[in-house]
Design a protein around this ligand. Structure first.
Ligand code: DGT
Ligand code: CA
Ligand code: ZN
Length: 573
């Protein structure tokens, strides 16, 4: 190890000691030694050989020994030991502006947070508000810090990209010179993460320049990265970039089709056009040199003898063949959902009361609500103790008496323990109408361990729904590895429903596995996992993912009516 590497190791030791809560003097000694070492003129080898190391101001006997060890062996036994005490991912937390070792230690010790994804999730669930030394302002600051760090990663969560796209689209749609405008690209296809915003709009050629200039001057645009005849690229103040294609109105359909993608779908479509003696590109559908008139995307599909293919399906996963055969699925829509399951209330870490949640659901014409607060082992999330359960159930009974046309079902999000058992005894689990079983702790598992743990929970007769099956947090934490075939087989066998968690941070089960679930006859629950009224709106992201997975209304359990759902729960008893 050279001087710089040794100094960095000393600084890392200092950080770990601080995380451990060791005394400030000891921590400082390592930082001072690191600085002293880099400013020394001689090499480490020379310093050791000449005996000069210990004479340097700032290097004491303890730190000198560590430097000698590293110079001789290339390792520090102390650092190895410290590294083993904390998960490697904890260093991600140091990237958040304003988060130092003291605060990180509190987060790690009290909320069991050891990576960025868990930190963001805890903030969103308001767990930092009551935490000593934190509070609402700090929580908000941390959240914007996480956003900042994430922007550097180059991809964005769909809800954030979509919100930014909506502002730009509103400008285009309201512009008097613009005939048509739409969001294209991965946002339109409802991908779970996106690289950039793609916009397509049409206007007369003469207006192009003026519209482009106005677009680049919009308040949320930080800089223009490039501007040509039809394409303009800008960077928004939030860090994401956007491409605008401004074309003549007769070119709008082919431009929209092209920039909606996916690239793989485009290639397959282009080949189909060639087989029909045509040529398809962003500029239009051509027969020889003549452009065929197509008033919208559907007209282009029709000219290729295909029904309209929904953007969510355009991933080249068999959609063109299915369209050809007339066997495209009738995709589920938000309006098909009749009930909302997996919602947290003030009984655990939610911010709204049962009455408030009920009112929202009734206003939005839902027939039932399944309350699922956290269970006893999720103490950091205010998980329900056994005595809280009765209290909550009494309140649910009281509310249910008030309405003929609305039912609150008594659910629970019960933790799956390490061995796959649920964390309440059977006598308690029996009190609930349904149980969502989820993993929240000990997420580092081998595929074998995870598969065993999850299939045990799935086959537990008390489990109604497997919650967020892989535990992933998009752009923040990979889920534990699962043998998905074994998991789906177990769910099919036991009739257990699988959750499609609609939070834009999760969208778990991943849409790529939904068709395999559908083929096995497994029913999916599209659940908001909401912790506030606003979280209930996340259902639409779940719908987007469900559509990507070819799901129809009949594949989704919460499209059942209240009576049918109650019947289903009874049949599982
Ligand atoms: P992303 O990575 O989230 O931005 O995903 P997309 O699909 O939005 O990709 P993007 O923004 O690079 O391009 C938008 C669409 O433009 C893409 O879905 C299909 C089309 N496209 C881009 N490059 C090509 C290409 O090389 N060939 C074809 N056929 N289409 C392309
Ligand atoms: Ca894009
Ligand atoms: Zn959960």
């Amino acid at each position: 190890m050279d001087k710089k590497e040794i100094a960095e190791a000393l600084e890392e030791i200092a950080l770990f000691l601080e995380l451990r809560g060791e005394n400030a003097f000891k921590v400082r000694a390592h930082n001072t030694a690191a600085r002293a070492l880099v400013s020394a003129e001689e090499t480490v080898a020379d310093l050791i050989a000449s005996g000069g190391l210990r004479k340097i101001n700032g290097i004491g006997d303890g730190t000198a020994k560590k430097i000698e060890e590293m110079a001789a062996t290339g390792r520090s036994s102390l650092l190895d030991k410290l590294r083993a005490e904390f998960p490697e991912t904890i260093f991600e937390l140091f990237r958040i502006p304003g988060l130092g070792p003291k605060k990180i230690k509190v987060l790690h010790d009290q909320l069991k947070i050891s990576d960025l994804g868990e930190l963001e999730y805890a903030c969103r669930e308001n767990r930092l508000v009551e935490l000593e030394g934190f509070g609402l302002a700090t929580q908000n600051k941390i959240l914007s810090g996480i956003n900042f760090v994430r922007q550097q990663s180059g991809r964005h969560l769909i809800h954030q990209a979509e919100a930014a796209a909506a502002e730009l689209l509103a400008f285009l749609e309201n512009h008097p010179k613009i005939a048509r405008a739409a969001v294209a690209g991965s946002i339109r296809r409802r991908r779970e993460t996106v690289k950039d915003i793609d916009l397509v709009a049409s206007c007369p050629r003469a207006a192009r320049q003026a519209v482009t200039e106005e677009f680049c001057e919009l308040p949320n645009i930080a800089e223009t990265l490039g501007s040509g005849e039809t394409k303009t690229t800008v960077r928004l103040t939030t860090g994401i970039s956007a491409d605008l294609r401004l074309v003549a109105d007769d070119q709008f359909p082919s431009t929209l089709l092209h920039f909606t993608g996916s690239k793989e779908h485009n290639i397959a479509m282009r080949q189909r056009a060639i087989k029909a003696g045509l040529k398809l590109s962003e500029y239009g559908l051509f027969k020889g040199d003549t452009v065929l008139k197509t008033k919208d995307e559907a007209a282009i599909f029709a000219k290729l003898d295909l029904p309209f293919i929904e953007p969510e399906l355009r991933e080249d996963r068999g959609e063109i063949e299915a369209a050809e055969k007339g066997s495209l699925p009738q995709l589920i829509t938000l309006g098909d959902l009749r009930g909302i399951l997996h919602v947290h209330s003030v009984y655990s870490d939610g911010t709204n009361t049962l009455a408030e949640l009920t009112e929202w659901c009734r206003e939005h014409k839902y027939e039932y609500l399944g309350i699922c607060d956290h269970s006893v082992s999720a103490s950091y999330a205010g998980g329900l103790k056994i005595e809280d359960i009765d209290k909550q159930h009494e309140e649910i009974d009281r509310l249910n008496e008030q309405f003929d046309d609305f039912t609150i079902f008594k659910g629970i999000e019960s933790d799956i323990l390490w061995d796959g058992e649920l964390d309440y005894p059977d006598t308690i689990l029996e009190k609930f109408d349904f149980v969502v079983a989820s993993v929240h702790s000990r997420l580092s598992m081998t595929e074998e361990e995870a598969t065993r743990r999850i299939t045990a929970a799935i086959t537990n007769p008390h489990t109604t729904i497997l919650g967020h099956p892989t535990g992933r947090l998009l752009l923040a934490r990979e889920g534990y590895p699962l043998d998905m075939k074994a998991v789906l087989d177990a769910a099919a066998e036991s009739g257990t429903t699988i959750e499609l968690n609609a939070s834009p941070h999760r969208l778990d089960l991943d849409w790529r596995h939904l068709r395999a679930a559908q083929e096995r006859g497994i029913r999916i629950a599209i659940n908001p996992d909401a912790h506030s009224l606003r979280g209930l709106d996340d259902l639409r992201f779940g719908i987007g993912a469900a559509r990507k997975g070819w799901l129809r209304a009949e594949d989704v359990i919460n499209t059942l009516s209240q009576e049918q759902f109650a019947e289903h729960l009874k049949s599982r008893r």
